[in-house]
Design a protein around this ligand. Structure first.
Ligand code: SF4
Ligand code: SF4
Length: 84
């Protein structure tokens, strides 16, 4: 019985963590191309390697890799990135 409760608690925890991850994945970073000046600060800051500069020197986000952590947005000097 004790083990059953522990397993149920672990299952609930896994579901909650999975839900939180899914929500984060639904909110990847978005770059305003009209504001981006191509400084590369966001590329350096991204822990997931999810952002890079394209041929025009504009930051682009790989939505599959992006976890929505928001570090790139905080690093951008011209507020060109949002995660909402
Ligand atoms: S939100 Fe986080 S994971 Fe996504 S591009 Fe920005 S720094 Fe990378
Ligand atoms: S930090 Fe901002 S201005 Fe610099 S490359 Fe990234 S989005 Fe563009």
């Amino acid at each position: 019985m004790k083990h059953t409760r522990l397993l149920v608690a672990l299952a609930v925890l896994c579901i909650l963590l999975g839900s939180a991850y899914a929500v984060a994945k639904l909110m990847p970073a978005a770059v305003d191309e009209n504001k981006c000046m191509g400084c590369g600060a966001c590329v350096e800051e991204c822990p997931a390697g999810a952002i890079s500069l394209n041929d025009q020197g504009i930051a682009v986000v790989d939505k599959e890799k992006c976890t929505g952590c928001g570090k790139c947005a905080k690093s951008c000097p011209v507020e060109a990135i949002s995660t909402e």
